[in-house]
Design a protein around this ligand. Sequence first.
Ligand code: GRF
Length: 210
Amino acid sequence: MKKIVILISGRGSNMRSVVEAKIAGAKIAAVISNCADAAGLLWADQQGIHTQVVSHQEYRHRHDFDQALMRAIDAYAPDLVLLAGFMRILGSEFCQHYAGRLINIHPSLLPAFAGLNTHQRALDSGCRIAGCTVHFVTPDLDNGPIIAQAVVPVQDEDNAQTLAARVLQAEHRLLPQVVADFVADRLRIDGLRVHGSRVAQSCLSEGFYF
Ligand code: GRF
């Protein structure tokens, strides 16, 4: 059984998609948030999952927050730490400590639009496609080895909210599949490439056109 700790900062809908997928061989050991009022914490608690708050506001220095977070996470001895809408930048010591077992979901087709405001930036750039990326986390922000991506079309009438909602649906489908691939030991990191993802193998080789 692989133990998973999920980090969230707010709504927690991606966390919920992973929990509800009931992935064989996976146990959600805990959901931890840097925000005490994260709505997702309440939901996780109602499912009987351990929840915990490590508030960044209690630490003046980023490094001290990272250390406290690591202590909280390591108490569960997780095989995988999942950043599912976790809105704090984590330092290199943190990322190295969890190297190969730290996964993030990002709401853009990386390497385009790392960072924040991804949907508005995609619209402002005139993109006809948008999407999301699940990747291993390295100290290089939003630039770790990509495991899988999902693509959605940009519609003429889209604004940042409508595009975000469409991408979010894709996130909810993509993330549990990637976690299942990780739990089944299918993923192999090769530089910035990741081999073995069943998500990628299930795509049409002819591509999609928007
Ligand atoms: C998602 O779009 C995620 O990709 C981004 O923040 C959002 C979090 O949503 N990092 P939720 O908390 O999972 O509902």
